[in-house]
Design a protein around this ligand. Structure first.
Ligand code: GLA
Length: 342
C-alpha cells in the first residue's frame, strides 16, 4: 500500500494520492511518433503515488520496488543516472510543469507503488508520469485539462528522460475507459474512445524478456523512420508525416530508400492503414477481420520493422494456433516485453 510506504518513510500522512493506469497497445506499432494513428487500451493495473509538500525545497522519492530514498533539489532538477534513474519520470514532470509556468513551487515527499509488471511494455513509465502530474495538480490546487497533462508527460519523457517516444502511452492512460479502446490521432493529438466488442477479451502475456527502451533500438528505429521520410517527402510532398505516405509510394521508392529504410517505411505506412481497417472492423463487429489485422501487424513488426524477438514470436505462434484466439501480436516498443491476444 502506497500510503503505508509513505507514512513509514516520511512519518506523516500524504496530502494527495493519484493513480494512472498502464496500457496495452492494441494496434499501431511505432506509428505514433511518425504522425499516424494507433489504438490502445488502458488496463486495470497501474501506478499510484502518495504525495505531500515540504517546506525546504527538496524533493524526496521512495518506491515500493526500489531500495532507499532519492533526494533532489527543486531548483536544480537534472536527470539522474542509474540506480536512481527511475526518479527521472517524476522529476521530468516537475521540470516541464515549471517550464510551462504551472505553480509547482514547493518541494515534496512522494511515494510510488505499482501493480504493473516492470519492463513488460505496459507503459509503467507513462503511468508514473501521469500519476505524478495528477498528484502535483491536486497538491498545488491547479486544474489542467487532460490533453495538456498528456503533452506535459510526453515532453517529460522526450526531453528529460531522453526517450523519443510518441504520445500513445500517455494518451491511452489518460483517456482510457472500461470496455473501450482509445483511438489516438498522433498528428492532431486527438483522442477518441471506441467501444470494445463485449463478446471478446484482451489477454496479455509477459515474455519476461525485459525490454529497455532508452538503451534499446528504439532510438535507432526513430532515426531510420525520420531518414526514410526525408526521402519520401520529395516523392509525395503533400504527406505531412511518414505515416501519411502511401505504401505504393514507398514501394516505388525502394531503390532510393535502401533496404533498411524501405522496410521501416513500408511497415509504418501499411500499419497505419491497418489501424484504420481495425477501427472499421471494430465498428462493424467483424472480429475475424480484426484478429487477422492484429496478426498481420505482428508479422510486419517481425519482418519489416524487426522489433520482435524469438520469445514474442513463439508466444504469437502458440496463441494463434489456439481455437478462440482471433489474433495476437507484440504490444509496445518490442525487443522483448509482452504479447497481446484477442
Ligand atoms: C513505446 C513508446 C510509444 C510507442 C510504442 C510503439 O511504447 O513509448 O510511444 O512508440 O513503443 O508503438
Amino acid at each position: 500500500m502506497v500510503e503505508q510506504l509513505f507514512e513509514r518513510t516520511f512519518g506523516r500522512s500524504p496530502e494527495a494520492r493519484a493513480y494512472a493506469p498502464g496500457r496495452i497497445e492494441f494496434i499501431g506499432n511505432h506509428t505514433d511518433y511518425n504522425g499516424g494513428c494507433a489504438l490502445g487500451a488502458a488496463v486495470d493495473r497501474g501506478i499510484t503515488v502518495a504525495i505531500a509538500t515540504r517546506s525546504d525545497g527538496e524533493c524526496h522519492f521512495v518506491s515500493e520496488s526500489m531500495t532507499g530514498e532519492v533526494v533532489a533539489a527543486l531548483d536544480n532538477v537534472t536527470p539522474l543516472a542509474n540506480p536512481f534513474a527511475w526518479v527521472n519520470y517524476p522529476l521530468g514532470v516537475i521540470h516541464v510543469m515549471r517550464q510551462e509556468g504551472l505553480p509547482v513551487e514547493r518541494g515534496m515527499d512522494l511515494a510510488v507503488a505499482s501493480s504493473l509488471p516492470a519492463g513488460a511494455g505496459m507503459s509503467s513509465s507513462a503511468a508514473f508520469e501521469l500519476a505524478t502530474a495528477y498528484g502535483l495538480a491536486a497538491l498545488n490546487g491547479f486544474d489542467v485539462d487532460r490533453k495538456k497533462m498528456v503533452q506535459v508527460c510526453r515532453r517529460a519523457e522526450n526531453e528529460f528522460v531522453g526517450m523519443p517516444c510518441g504520445i500513445l502511452d500517455q494518451g491511452t492512460s489518460a483517456f482510457g475507459a472500461p470496455d473501450h479502446l482509445v483511438h489516438v490521432d498522433c498528428l492532431t493529438e486527438t483522442f477518441t474512445r471506441v467501444p470494445m466488442p463485449t463478446s471478446c477479451h484482451l489477454w496479455i502475456f509477459n515474455s519476461n524478456k525485459k525490454h529497455s527502451l532508452v538503451d534499446s533500438k528504439y532510438s535507432e528505429r526513430h532515426r531510420e523512420c525520420s531518414e526514410a521520410f526525408e526521402t519520401l517527402r520529395r516523392a509525395e510532398p503533400k504527406a505531412a508525416c511518414l505515416a501519411h505516405v502511401s505504401p505504393s509510394t514507398v514501394r516505388a521508392q525502394q531503390r532510393e530508400l535502401g533496404e533498411v529504410r524501405f522496410k521501416r517505411a513500408l511497415h509504418i505506412t501499411e500499419e497505419n492503414v491497418r489501424v484504420k481497417e481495425a477501427v472499421e472492423a471494430l465498428t462493424n463487429g467483424r472480429l475475424k477481420v480484426l484478429g487477422a489485422l492484429l496478426t498481420a501487424s505482428h508479422q510486419s513488426s517481425r519482418t519489416l520493422f524487426e522489433n520482435s524477438c524469438a520469445e514474442l514470436d513463439y508466444l504469437v505462434e502458440r496463441l494463434t494456433d489456439l481455437p478462440g484466439v482471433y489474433g495476437a501480436r507484440l504490444t509496445g516498443g518490442g525487443f522483448g516485453g509482452a504479447v497481446m491476444a484477442l
